[in-house]
Design a binder for this molecule. Structure first.
Ligand code: ADP
Ligand code: MG
Length: 281
């Protein structure tokens, strides 16, 4: 497949929940997700990220415009199953997702629905649980797991299905830094394998790993571009209601004092490199 294949296409999508008096939660959104890219979706609470994620796998249908998955309209009744197979979804709250009696059955559940051979199922469970450190948990009931463990299991239960696109709604919000690293490493790996990822996140480190960033505010796209362009402007981030990463804040304040510092200091490591280079000159 070429890099420019469109996998998900939103054309002028508007969405309103009936409960909110038809006030649109998403307003005329046009957005394309290309094969093999990792797209990060950012925005303050209530900006419409989870709603957009649910529109991407046909769980919600637009009230205006249309959503196409590989060219198939999600509103087509006869395409529901095919769309669910192509777009794997990890929900913001893993409790909404986990249904089986044990973690291992949870991983097997979706694959059984796909009709995979037992040998293939065992193989995939083994590979993914090793990568996400789930082996010690396989015999446990999901409801006994911690929030972070549930989140890793929810990610794993979608990864084993090997969908064409993964839509993950804040999949690391309950994880500690080590758990975050594991999930992020796994996302990088699947991206390298050529899988397409849409990642809703608050975490700048995760967003920096993306190829492209889209920022939503009150149901509208207010930015679309590279992660570096998105994070370099502290004042703009604050205006959008987004958290300013500490390293960016530091650069901003020093710049305000009249000192020139580069625009690409996003993380502590960038500062360390910059200062070391400066002092070794
Ligand atoms: P985000 O994920 O960016 O926090 P959401 O998509 O969850 O945003 O919510 C966008 C808006 O839609 C918010 O104003 C929220 O209150 C409203 N909303 C979300 N889910 C529902 C629902 N099931 N019924 C009614 N309103 C909802
Ligand atoms: Mg949300």
């Amino acid at each position: 497949m070429s890099n420019k294949d469109k996998i998900i296409e939103l054309r002028g999508v508007t969405f309103a929940y009936p409960e909110t008096d038809n006030r649109p939660v998403l307003d005329n959104i046009s957005l394309t997700v290309y094969a093999g890219e990792m797209l990060a979706l950012l925005g303050p609470n209530g900006s419409g990220k989870s709603t957009l994620a649910r529109l991407m796998n046909g769980l919600l249908l637009p009230t205006g415009g249309c959503v196409l998955i590989n060219g198939i309209d999600t509103a087509r009744e006869d395409a529901r199953w095919e769309i669910k197979k192509q777009v794997g979804m990890v929900f913001q709250n893993p409790d909404n997702q986990l249904v089986a009696a044990t973690a291992e059955e949870e991983l097997a559940f979706g694959m059984e629905n796909l009709g995979l051979a037992p040998q293939e199922m065992r193989q995939r469970i083994q590979t993914i649980s090793a990568r996400l450190q789930l082996q010690p948990l396989l015999a446990m009931p999901p409801h006994r797991l911690s929030g972070g463990q549930k989140q890793r299991l929810a990610v794993a239960s979608v990864l084993v299905l090997q969908p064409q696109v993964l839509v993950l709604d804040e999949p690391t919000s309950m994880l500690d830094p080590a758990g975050r690293q594991e999930v992020l490493a796994e996302l990088r790996r699947i991206k390298q394998d050529g899988q397409t990822v849409v990642l809703v996140t608050h975490d700048m480190t995760e967003a920096l790993a993306a190829d492209r960033v889209v920022v939503l505010e009150q149901g509208k796209i207010v930015f679309e571009g590279t992660p570096r362009a998105c994070f370099s402007d502290a004042a703009w981030l604050t205006d959008q209601g987004l958290a300013v990463p500490p390293a960016v804040e530091l650069a901003h304040r020093i710049r305000q004092k009249g000192l020139a510092v580069p625009k690409d200091l996003f993380q502590v490591a960038d500062w360390v490199d910059f200062l070391c280079q400066k002092s070794s000159r």
